[in-house]
Design a protein around this ligand. Structure first.
Ligand code: CAO
Length: 561
């Protein structure tokens, strides 16, 4: 194992810069080229890539430190062959290349001179020397043809693999054309557009931008008068090697998302190349991110917070939320925590209600004969110590109805293209408990006697109230019965327990007048309400299913057929 000290590279003229971001942690494994820290001067920032592959063993700087060329950034531990192979490049291989000496454009080079205009001269805007990179990508465009721009205002941002640079307007004037779009790759010297300088600017040479070190400036071909050499400042954007170019993206930059019209109201965005690249990869519009770094600079953490907040927020298509009312403003209140079951009910009911198009069908079953039969069984109930309420009869009738109407014993496949038909018959019964609503499931209802069903319903209901139900005893239902018969009411609209497709609501049995064609008879009638998923079940199906139940409950002998 060998330890190497990684130092601040040449700063291209700046004497002292601030550490604004530390991108690695002590103990972290880093690869060659991976960003270690970001440095920032008054107007530029620079990422310092690692010249070595190894493990960080002690970081010598902290955010806010001001450092100079040669100051130690961190110590790196390099394993085995890598250590000897790396032949201590104590100073990172990365350097910052200062702007080379201006190379005036010779008269006659570039586009044909245009006639002087009353408004000034026409400058051809060209991609500067890319310092060896074949091409760079246009990642932002901040102005469009027709815009009045001031000297130094960002027109667009170019980015290579490791650095980005702003392309500022070389003079005050009007942008005549910008013949590129976000995503285009451009090469050194490529013409990007034209700018007509303001009258005052035309008279004097185009002012040189106040680039700190390597701020790129368009190679401006002065179209007219051709005799005067065009002011020409080239910058280097090193790309694809270990050089990290200074970027001017921190200067007053009006950043606009791709395709959006420039707006005077757009806020400046301050972010380093790595943050910009990450933002672009994830699709985060940087102008929506609040920067928490120095001078409002956007850090990686800010991107994380932005994503977290967006994930937590309801989607744009979400239903309007119920207003959050301060009830205490209207009188005394007490807030009671929901049980886990009640919280699950909140979710389940919302899910079913929002996903299932509900329709509810109502009818009355004449259960006069059933009740007489049930009465006649009272001695046997006592003997068996097993009480028969209407519920086990309803379970039997439902099992038969499900067999006769298989679409009710089904589930809509998540793709919405298939119906899963179930060949078993498990029925859930809604049980009210102090902790909330629970739905235990009686399995194979079609294979059990009314005595077995009564006993099992009671046992499951007791378990539910005593919180003894196992998860398996609440799973696998094909259909649910929700009975409010012992409580009251003439009818209600139960919510389908999705992915089941129907639920039977049972209300209070009562003696009601029934017209038999000649006279009203006093009959014991049971109100039934069948809610169903209208995606799967048609109204006619539901009418048939409920009529079948009514007929069977009216004459239990039909269960034999
Ligand atoms: N009409 C009139 N009386 C009825 C009736 C009906 N539809 N259904 C039951 N009853 C009677 C029973 O016969 C019994 O009377 P007796 O004590 O005189 O014999 C009494 O009401 C109580 O019955 P029960 O509730 O003990 O038994 P059950 O089989 O009807 O119900 C169960 C079992 C688990 C459904 C029930 O205990 C329960 O929890 N009910 C609450 C239902 C509920 O919360 N539903 C949720 C609706 S929200 O979707």
């Amino acid at each position: 194992m060998k330890r190497e000290s990684v130092k601040v590279p040449e700063l291209g003229g700046a004497s002292e810069v601030e550490v604004i971001e530390i991108a690695v942690a002590d103990g972290a494994a880093v690869a060659i080229g991976q960003t270690l820290i970001t440095l920032e001067s008054d107007k530029a920032s620079m990422e310092v890539p690692s010249p070595l592959a190894g493990t960080v063993r002690g970081i010598s700087v902290k955010v806010g430190d001001r450092v100079r060329e040669g100051d130690e950034i961190l110590v790196m531990e390099i394993a085995g062959e890598a250590a000897s192979a790396s032949a201590p490049p104590v100073t990172p291989a990365s350097t910052v290349t200062a702007a080379p000496a201006p190379a005036p454009v010779a008269p006659g080079e570039g586009p044909a001179p245009a006639a002087p205009t009353a408004g000034g001269v026409v400058l051809a805007l060209r991609v500067p020397d890319l310092g060896g990179a074949d091409s760079v990508e246009v990642i932002e465009i901040s102005a469009r043809a027709g815009d009045s721009v001031t000297e130094g205002a960002s027109l667009l941002v170019l980015e290579g693999d490791k650095a980005s640079m702003e392309f500022p307007a070389p003079a005050d004037g009007t942008l005549l054309a910008l013949d590129i779009k976000v995503g285009d790759r451009v090469t050194s010297g490529q013409k990007l557009g034209e700018l007509r300088t303001a009258a005052a600017a035309a008279a004097a040479p185009v002012a040189q931008p106040a680039a700190v070190v390597a701020a790129p400036v368009a190679v401006a071909d002065v179209a007219a008068p051709a005799a005067a050499p065009a002011p020409d400042v080239q910058a280097t954007l090193a790309d694809g090697d270990a050089v990290a170019a200074i970027t001017r993206v921190f200067e007053k930059e009006t950043r606009l998302a791709a395709g959006r019209a420039p707006s005077a109201a757009a806020a400046p965005v301050y972010a380093g190349p790595a943050v910009r690249q990450l933002a672009r990869e994830i699709g985060i519009p940087l102008d929506e991110v609040r920067g928490s770094g120095p001078k409002g600079r956007i850090l990686r953490e800010d991107l994380r917070s932005y994503v977290k907040t967006r994930l937590a927020a309801p989607p744009a298509t979400a239903l309007p939320t119920v207003p959050d009312v301060d009830f205490a403003a209207f009188g005394p209140i007490e807030t009671v925590a929901l049980s886990n079951i009640q919280k699950a009910t909140v979710t389940n009911m919302s899910r079913s209600w929002l996903n299932v198009p509900h329709v509810t069908q109502f009818d009355y079953a004449d259960v006069t004969e059933l009740e007489a039969f049930r009465d006649s069984l009272k001695p046997e109930m006592e003997q068996r110590k097993n009480k028969l309420t209407p519920l086990p009869f309803l379970l039997l009738a439902v099992a038969r109805a499900l067999r006769e109407h298989p679409r009710f014993n089904a589930a809509l496949a998540p793709d919405g293209a298939n119906l899963v038909l179930k060949k078993y018959c498990h029925v859930g019964i809604a049980v009210d408990t102090p902790q909330g609503l629970v739905v235990p499931v009686i399995r194979d209802v079609d294979r059990k006697s009314v005595w077995e069903l009564a006993a099992e319903a009671r046992e499951l209901a007791d378990k539910a109230r005593n919180r003894k139900l196992k998860l398996a005893e609440m799973q696998g239902a094909c259909f649910t019965i929700s009975s409010l018969g012992n409580i009251g009411g003439e009818g209600f609209t139960p919510i389908v327990n999705a992915p089941e497709v129907a639920i039977l609501g049972v209300s209070k049995l009562a003696v009601r007048p029934v017209w038999n064609g000649q006279e009203f008879l006093a009959r014991k009638t049971l109100p039934l309400s069948l809610s169903y998923d209208h995606r799967v079940i048609n109204g006619a199906d539901a009418g048939n299913f409920l009529s079948f139940l009514v007929v069977v409950l009216g004459d239990l002998r039909r269960l034999l057929l």
